[in-house]
Design a protein around this ligand. Structure first.
Ligand code: SF4
Length: 373
C-alpha cells in the first residue's frame, strides 16, 4: 500500500537501528508524544531494535486518555437526560467515569450514538429538531478544526438544539509541564506529526531553546519513528537542541493556516485539567464568548461539577513518562481492557492498552523467571 509498505520495510528498519547504534555513545531518554507512535513502537518492537542506551518514554498524546474524569462524568450526566441525543467517537464510550461510562448510559436506554465526525452530529441535530444534540468534542489540535467548523456552521444555520462538550487539549503546554516537573526524565521529544500538520512547528522552537531539548516532528510508521529517533539522538550527541522535521511528506513549518484561523475564530486558549496529571495552565481550548450558547456545560448546568480520580490508577505517571504501564500493580489483573480502571487501558492509543495487547505475555514470563531465580 502506497505510503505504508515502504515505511515498514524490515531491512531499512535494521539499517536505521544500526545507524542509531553507531552514533550512540551514552544513555538517552526520548519521549514519543503521541499514543499512535507508542502503539507503533510496541506493536513493531521498535524499542527492542534500539541500543540498550536508548530508553523510549511514552507521552501524553492520547486524547481519550487525558480527558479528565469530571468531563466523563459530565458526559454521562448529560447523556442520561431524556431530551438528549449524545454523540461521541466510539473510543470514548468505555472510558470509566466515577461510577458509570457512556456505554452503561446507552444500555440504560440513554440515546448515545457513535459518530465519525462532528458534522454527523450536526446532521442529527438538523434531523431531530425536538431533541438536544450534544457532541463530545475531545482531542488535540488535530481534531479542533473540524469541531470548530461544526460550531461555526451551527451558528450560521441558527441551530438552537446543538451544543458541544469541549475537552480540547494542546501539545506544547503539556511538553512544558513534563520538562518543568522535578521528576522529568525526558531529554528529547518526537513530536506528533498529525498535530503539526495542522499547527506547523514554530511554537516548539521556544521550548527547545528554553529547556535545551531536541524536538523532532515525527510520523507514525516504523521507519518514520526510527528516523525520528536517529535525528533526535544525533542532536543529543552533538549537544544541539533544535526543532527538526522528519515528517516532511505531511508537515510544513507554518502548518495549515486556514484551519488555524478557523480554530482561533471559534475557540480560545484556556486552562485545562488532564486526567491523572491535573490542571496545566493555558493547555486547552474552550469556546469563545461569541459561541458560548453552544457550550453544553452551561446549557445543562454541569459546569461546576468536579470529581476525584481513583488513586490506584497511576496513568498520570504513565502519561508523563515517569513509569511504564507494567509497573502499575493493577496492570493485567485488576485492570484489563474488559475492566479498565483508567483511560490509558481503554483507548486505542493508550500506552497501557498497547502493553496489554502486545507485551503482556512477555512480561508474565519475565516476572515468572524473576520470581524463580
Ligand atoms: S494499568 Fe490500568 S490502573 Fe494501571 S495505570 Fe494503566 S489504566 Fe491505570
Amino acid at each position: 500500500m502506497k505510503y505504508v509498505d515502504e515505511y515498514r520495510d524490515r531491512e531499512a528498519a535494521r539499517n536505521f537501528a544500526r545507524a542509531i547504534a553507531r552514533i550512540t555513545t551514552r544513555p538517552w531518554a526520548i519521549m514519543e508524544v503521541c499514543g499512535g507512535q507508542t502503539h507503533s513502537i510496541v506493536k513493531f518492537g521498535i524499542d527492542e531494535l534500539l541500543p540498550k542506551e536508548i530508553t523510549l518514554l511514552h507521552g501524553p498524546g492520547c486524547p481519550v486518555c487525558v480527558t479528565p474524569l469530571e468531563l466523563i462524568d459530565k458526559a454521562t450526566q448529560i447523556a442520561a437526560r431524556p431530551e438528549v441525543i449524545f454523540c461521541s467517537f466510539g473510543d470514548m464510550l468505555r472510558v470509566p467515569g466515577s461510577s458509570i461510562d457512556l456505554f452503561s448510559v446507552k444500555a440504560k436506554s440513554g440515546d448515545v450514538r457513535i459518530v465519525y465526525s462532528p458534522t454527523d452530529a450536526l446532521k442529527i441535530a438538523q434531523e431531530n429538531p425536538g431533541k438536544q444534540v450534544v457532541f463530545f468534542a475531545v482531542g488535540f489540535e488535530t481534531t479542533a478544526p473540524a469541531n470548530a467548523m461544526a460550531v461555526y456552521q451551527a451558528k450560521a444555520q441558527g441551530l438552537r438544539n446543538f451544543s458541544v462538550l469541549v475537552s480540547h487539549v494542546l501539545v506544547p503546554p503539556a511538553i512544558e509541564a513534563i520538562l518543568s516537573a522535578p521528576d522529568n526524565r525526558t531529554q528529547g521529544f518526537l513530536a506528533a506529526g498529525h498535530v503539526c500538520t495542522v499547527m506547523g512547528y514554530e511554537e516548539y522552537i521556544p521550548l527547545a531553546q528554553k529547556y535545551h531539548v531536541p524536538i523532532v516532528v515525527t510520523g507514525f510508521e516504523p521507519l518514520d519513528i526510527l528516523q525520528g529517533i536517529y535525528m533526535c539522538v544525533r542532536q543529543l550527541e552533538e549537544g544541539r537542541a533544535e526543532v527538526e522535521n522528519q515528517y516532511l511528506r505531511a508537515v510544513r513549518r507554518k502548518g495549515n493556516v486556514p484551519a488555524q484561523e478557523l480554530v482561533t475564530k471559534v475557540f480560545c486558549v484556556v486552562p485545562r485539567k488532564w486526567r491523572g496529571v491535573g490542571e496545566i495552565p493555558q493547555s486547552g481550548l474552550g469556546l469563545r464568548h461569541e459561541y458560548a450558547e453552544f457550550d453544553a456545560e452551561q446549557r445543562f448546568g454541569v459546569a461546576a461539577y468536579t470529581a476525584e480520580e481513583d488513586s490506584e490508577c497511576i496513568s498520570g505517571e504513565v502519561l508523563r513518562g515517569v513509569k511504564k504501564p507494567h509497573e502499575c500493580s493493577a496492570f493485567g489483573n485488576r485492570c484489563t481492557p474488559e475492566h479498565p480502571l483508567g483511560a490509558t487501558m481503554v483507548s486505542n492509543e493508550g500506552a497501557c492498552a498497547a502493553y496489554y495487547r502486545y507485551r503482556r505475555f512477555e512480561q508474565r514470563v519475565a516476572a515468572a523467571t524473576k520470581s524463580e531465580s
